[in-house]
Ligand binder design. Sequence first.
Ligand SMILES: Cc1cc2nc3c(=O)[nH]c(=O)nc-3n(C[C@H](O)[C@H](O)[C@H](O)COP(=O)(O)OP(=O)(O)OC[C@H]3O[C@@H](n4cnc5c(N)ncnc54)[C@H](O)[C@@H]3O)c2cc1C
Length: 382
Amino acid sequence: MDFIRHKYSNIGYFYPVFITLQSKNEQMQHVDIVIAGQGLAGTMLAWELCEQDIPFRILDPGEGNHSSMAAAGMFSLLAARRLKEMDLAGQQYEVMKETLNKIENKIGGQFLFEIPTARLIDKEEIPVWETASMGDIAHLVKKLEPKFRAEGIVPGFGAAIIEPSGYIDIPGLLISMREWLIVSKNLVLEKLDYEEFKPVDDGFIINGHTRARKVVFCDGPSITKNPWFRYSDIRQNKGEWIEIEASGLSPGYIYKREIFILPLGNDRFRVGATFSHDEMDPNPTMAAREELERKLRSIINVPYRITIHRAGIRPSSRNRLPVAEPHRDIPGLYIFNGLGSRGILQAPWYARTLAEKIGSENIKTKKTGNKSDKILRIQKIV
Ligand SMILES: Cc1cc2nc3c(=O)[nH]c(=O)nc-3n(C[C@H](O)[C@H](O)[C@H](O)COP(=O)(O)OP(=O)(O)OC[C@H]3O[C@@H](n4cnc5c(N)ncnc54)[C@H](O)[C@@H]3O)c2cc1C
């Protein structure tokens, strides 16, 4: 095209432009749905669209430095500060488990690890926990131990043993899903250029070469630079964790008290996480490391060695709820973002609900040309 532009640049403006557009149209690829971003949100949405036989393509530059690759991946249904189960957490847990089991069966590997949590509490807190554990959260508190004992944990704490809880190996999941999506020709390693994104009749032109009927932005923290969602209230929240080796620490529980200590096997533990709205440099900081070590030393009494220190940026909304909805003005445009610090519990459920909504809006399924039984079944679940 550059050749044509240069060759004809001396015979006026319209002719070269006409050739450019005609040539681009010839190469134009048509897709029903484009997802921008293959983090946790985009990956879960892609999985659900596959499940519902709805054709799609993901664009992602594949740079690897995104929120999901820094996630500790832990889940719990309990809002411990309020001593309540989080809204919809039961349903979200079932959908998360079902989704991960299906993915594990389809592409191989283990990504879901269920481990009970020992929430370490002071003596004075025990009566409050006793009352709560006989009420609404009785099904989540498996045991109250007034004198908790575990190798490597400072004696003197009580503990509430919470289940279900555990973690998902999110980086492992995303890398495996990426390979699977590339092989099935559903993922292209390319950034959606916000400046080259144009709403047109019945769809959108993307990067000058792809026409989509619907587009879902799953661009994580980059949403703050996305001109199409300037109105969104999603902000960035920096988090850091360290990984330690501690052979004297019992790996039987996830320990929680201000921080979490997550056993990963082979004497490895992940310790985190910090929260900061002030500083968005993506690099790990000494201040966060000191904060984590100070809190860690108040919980464990055995030697340890730091092996990894990581930082990442969470995309979170002000009311802490994910955003999975149509654009307020532009039909066919959607956002799935704001997963915050509970992304893994919420993402599969929101992805399923959003896929169902997008799929029910005039997009034909590959198999039957109608809404599949699957979609109807999902409607009953949610
Ligand atoms: C330190 C830390 C610890 C955490 N711990 C937990 C935890 O224990 N449990 C939990 O549930 N959650 C945790 N989280 C939160 C969780 O990581 C996030 O909620 C989740 O990963 C967000 O996923 P996302 O897909 O929205 O964003 P991201 O993972 O950032 O993905 C966005 C994707 O979009 C792509 N992209 C951006 N712009 C474009 C564009 N223009 N075109 C195409 N692609 C684009 C990026 O390359 C990226 O792949 C943690 C986060 C951090 C930082």
